[in-house]
Write a new protein. Structure first.
Length: 78
């Protein structure tokens, strides 16, 4: 497993990422998952979604439990 160096930048803590882990742009999203901290590129979210579509299998969501349809009613009735 690769490692990264921690250092202080003013009153904040910073991480110096190895070259192989560099991000494009000026900012990343930060999320804590349990004891881990996950960095995600802050880019156009639609582009991210579009690129991730190939990660889903052909049968994704083919069969799933459907909630019952709500009863039809008049919108302004009591």
């Amino acid at each position: 497993m690769d490692t990264a160096k921690l250092f202080k930048s003013g009153r904040s803590q910073a991480v110096r990422l190895p070259k192989a882990y560099r991000f494009e742009g000026e900012e990343v999203f930060v999320k804590r998952v349990g004891d881990a901290v996950v960095l995600l590129p802050r880019e156009d979210t639609w582009r991210t979604l579009y690129r991730s579509l190939d990660d889903f299998s052909e049968d994704f969501m083919q069969s799933r439990d459907q909630p019952p349809a709500p009863d039809a009613r008049e919108p302004f009735s009591d």
